[in-house]
Design a protein around this ligand. Structure first.
Ligand code: SAM
Length: 288
């Protein structure tokens, strides 16, 4: 990267800013420049695009996004030790990098976008090598965004391989299919783009990682996210039981609900496609 953008090599950045990785912050840094460029490229052409990045760390992916033409990067980083390194990148790309120090779980994304673009419309994509400990929470929130279609065009995100498999799972993958797969399948088209081995990170994690692409469906089946969540919690809470048993936690006699949704009462959650859960969510009226 130093050859491409004239900034110091990432190993030097980490040494100079004393950025020894902290496990508590899910810090596994990517120093392989080919890989950061590959991830940035897999988000598609970036001209005219504002990228939201969570956890830039020493800035490897941030630099790739900027050097590949992102109009602007808004990067939310919790570790204040990284801020001087990120300030160097911001100075190198004047007016194109906004660093928001703080916890991404507390971030107000529309407010951050307004800070950069005012009320002008912006093309936004989310690209991140997420800290593993908050990855699924962030993803769930982004997918439950209202209104829909959401403020972003796409998400290109790194997860642990096992989480990536749950994100893209369907009833054809009963071992991995669960609440996350239903949520992601309802509102997005999700696919695994490629795997990233532990050796690509510093320090190397114990497990394989994968980059996942999620494209919002413009017209997902009509359904309330909270209701869908309640229905899948009940069904997958007892995933080995038949729906006529597992859905008793929703209502004492779930038979009419299952019938209204057009489902087989003897089916198990892991065999019910997304459309079936949406039908259940549409039919369920909380009682009491
Ligand atoms: N993007 C860098 C890379 O690819 O080398 C670092 C990725 S590392 C897996 C995760 C990053 O997220 C770290 O920089 C960590 O400090 C940051 N982070 C952890 N928890 C965070 C939080 N709640 N909000 C914002 N950033 C967080």
């Amino acid at each position: 990267m130093s050859a491409i953008d004239g900034l110091p090599p990432l190993r030097d950045v980490i040494r100079d800013h004393d950025l020894a990785a902290k496990r508590s912050l899910g810090q596994n840094f990517l120093l392989d420049l080919n890989l950061t460029a590959k991830i940035a490229r897999s988000a598609g052409p970036l001209d005219g695009v504002t990228v939201i990045e969570v956890g830039p760390g020493p800035g490897g992916l941030t630099r790739a996004l900027l050097s590949l033409g992102a109009a602007h990067v808004i990067a939310v980083e919790r570790d204040s030790r990284c801020l001087p390194a990120l300030a160097q990148i911001a100075a190198h790309y004047p007016g194109r990098l906004t660093v928001a120090p703080g916890d991404a779980l507390q971030a107000d994304w529309p407010a951050l976008l307004r800070q950069v673009h005012g009320d002008a419309p912006a093309r936004v994509r989310i690209v991140a090598n997420l800290p593993y400990n908050i990855g699924t929470v962030l993803l769930t929130r982004w997918i439950e965004t209202e209104p829909w279609p959401p403020f972003f065009e796409s998400m290109t995100l790194m997860f642990q391989r096992e989480v990536a498999e749950r994100i893209v799972a369907t009833p054809d993958d009963p071992k991995d299919y669960g609440r996350l797969g239903v949520l992601c399948g309802w509102r997005t088209e999700a696919r695994i783009l490629f795997d990233v081995p532990p050796s690509a990170f510093t320090p190397p994690p114990k497990i394989m990682s994968s980059v996942v692409s999620l494209s919002p469906r413009s017209r997902p089946l009509a359904c309330d996210a909270a209701t869908l969540s309640a229905v899948t919690a009940a069904a997958f809470g007892q995933r080995r039981k038949m729906l006529r048993q597992s859905l008793k936690s929703l209502q004492a006699d779930p038979a009419p609900l299952i019938q209204a949704a057009g489902l087989d009462p003897t089916a198990r959650a892991e065999t019910v496609p997304v459309e079936g859960f949406v039908a259940l969510a549409q039919a369920w009226r909380p009682q009491g």
